[in-house]
Design a protein around this ligand. Structure first.
Ligand SMILES: C[S@@+](CC[C@H](N)C(=O)[O-])C[C@H]1O[C@@H](n2cnc3c(N)ncnc32)[C@H](O)[C@@H]1O
Length: 347
C-alpha cells in the first residue's frame, strides 16, 4: 500500500480497519507513521486504552517513563504478571530491548472469511472473527511489524514459539528466516486426533497445526538456547521427544469461564513451556486471547506479560488465572499443613 498517495480520510479509514484508535487529530505524516509502525504521538495514546477490570492494566500508567522524543517511551518497572489491554503494535514499543526470555504466541492466522464457511479448527466454531481478517499484503505487513517488535524485546538467543496453520505459517516462516535471518530450530506439528470432519468433502480433513520454534539470533550465531531435553524425554516414556504431538482439542473444562474461538489446549502450551523455558523466566504473549500462556506459566513458576486487544477475552483470561492461583494457594496450604502434622516442617 502506498500511504503517501492516499488522502487523509483514506488513511484514517485504513487505521480504523486495523483497529487502531486515537488518530482523529493527527496530521498526514503522523497518520502515515502510525500506519507503518502501529505507534503514534504520545498526546493521543491514552485515547485507545480502556481499563475493563482492576486487574487488567492500562499499559501506559505512572510506571511508564516518557521521553520527549516521539516513539521513545519505556517502562520504568515491567508490568509483571499483568494482562495489558490494547493493541500489541502500540504496547510492545513501550518495552525496553531484550527483557523477555521467551515468547509463546498464537497470532491471527488470517483464515477467517467475511462470508460463508471459514476454517473451523479448534471446536465446532466457524472463524469469522474481525481480528482475523486481513488482505494478503496487510497480513504480511502486520506480521513483519509484530515479529520485528517481539525480536527486539526478546533476549538474544531467547526462544520464540509461534502457532500457525497452513494459512499463515509459510508467511511467518519466510519473515523469520528470510527477512530477519533468525535460526529456526524445529517445526512442531500438533496433531488433533479428534479434529472435526470436513463437511465439504473436497479436501483432506484439516487436523494439524504447526508451531515454529525459532531462536532470536542470526541463524549462524544462534547458540545456548533453552531446551530441556531430559524433561521432554521424561514426558515421553524415556524416549527422545519427537516433533509431532498428538493432543486432543481444547477440553470443555478449560472453557468454563467463556469461549474463545481459537483457545489452545493447556496440554500443548504446557509442553512448549516445559521444553523451552526455565523457572523464573519472563514470558511474553502479545496475542494472549483467553490467557492460556499465562495460565501455564503460572503453573510452572514462570513470570509473564500478556497483551490482548479484546476485553471480553481479557476477562476470561483473568478468571482462568485467578482460578488457578486460588487452586495453587489451596494446594500449597494443604502441603504445608501435611508437613506440619508429620513434624517434618522446620519453620
Ligand atoms: C489466535 S487468538 C489467541 C488464542 C490464545 N492462544 C488462547 O489460547 O486463548 C489471537 C488473539 O489475538 C488478539 N489480537 C489480534 N490482533 C491483536 C493485536 N494487534 N494486538 C493484541 N491482540 C490482538 C485477538 O483478539 C485474539 O484473541
Amino acid at each position: 500500500m502506498n500511504f503517501d498517495q492516499m488522502r487523509n480520510i483514506d488513511l484514517k479509514k485504513e487505521l480504523k480497519n486495523r483497529g487502531l484508535k486515537g488518530y482523529s487529530s493527527l496530521k498526514k505524516a503522523e497518520l502515515i507513521e502510525y500506519l507503518s509502525t502501529g505507534i503514534h504521538s504520545l498526546k493521543n495514546t491514552n485515547e485507545s486504552i480502556e481499563i475493563v477490570k482492576d486487574k487488567i492494566h492500562e499499559p501506559f500508567s505512572e510506571d511508564t517513563e516518557y521521553s520527549t522524543t516521539l516513539l521513545s517511551k519505556t517502562y520504568k518497572k515491567l508490568p509483571i504478571n499483568q494482562i495489558l489491554s490494547g493493541d500489541c503494535l502500540q504496547i510492545l514499543p513501550t518495552f525496553p530491548d531484550g527483557v523477555f526470555d521467551c515468547c509463546i504466541t498464537d497470532p491471527p492466522f488470517n483464515m477467517s472469511k467475511k462470508k460463508g464457511l471459514g476454517w473451523a479448527f479448534s471446536s465446532h466454531v466457524t472463524m469469522q472473527e474481525q481480528w482475523d481478517i486481513f488482505s494478503k499484503d496487510d497480513y504480511f505487513q502486520f506480521s513483519v511489524d509484530w515479529i520485528r517488535e517481539v525480536l527486539r524485546v526478546l533476549k538474544t538467543n531467547g526462544n520464540l514459539f509461534i502457532f500457525g496453520s497452513f494459512h499463515c505459517i509459510f508467511t511467518i516462516g519466510f519473515i523469520l528466516q528470510n527477512l530477519f535471518d533468525r535460526r529456526i530450530i524445529s517445526q512442531l506439528v500438533w496433531y488433533k486426533p479428534n479434529a472435526q470432519p470436513n463437511i465439504t468433502c473436497r479436501m483432506f480433513t484439516e487436523s494439524t497445526e504447526f508451531i515454529i520454534w525459532a531462536v532470536n539470533n542470526e541463524s549462524k550465531k544462534a547458540k545456548n538456547w533453552t531446551f530441556n531435553y531430559e524433561t521432554m524425554k521424561g514426558m515421553n516414556s524415556d524416549k527422545q521427544m519427537r516433533n509431532m504431538w498428538e493432543i486432543p482439542l481444547t477440553l470443555r473444562s478449560e472453557r468454563k469461564h467463556g469461549k474463545h474461538p481459537s483457545q489452545k489446549p493447556v496440554a500443548v502450551v504446557n509442553r512448549i513451556m516445559l521444553a523451552g523455558t526455565n523457572e523464573g523466566d519472563l514470558i511474553l504473549d502479545p496475542f494472549s486471547g483467553s490467557g492460556t500462556t499465562a495460565v501455564v506459566a503460572d503453573q510452572h513458576n514462570r513470570k509473564w506479560i500478556m497483551i490482548e486487544k479484546d476485553d471480553t477475552y481479557n476477562q476470561i483470561a483473568q478468571m482462568r488465572i485467578d482460578e488457578l492461583s486460588n487452586r495453587l494457594f489451596e494446594e500449597n496450604l494443604i502441603k504445608s499443613q501435611n508437613l506440619i502434622s508429620h513434624g517434618s516442617y522446620v519453620g
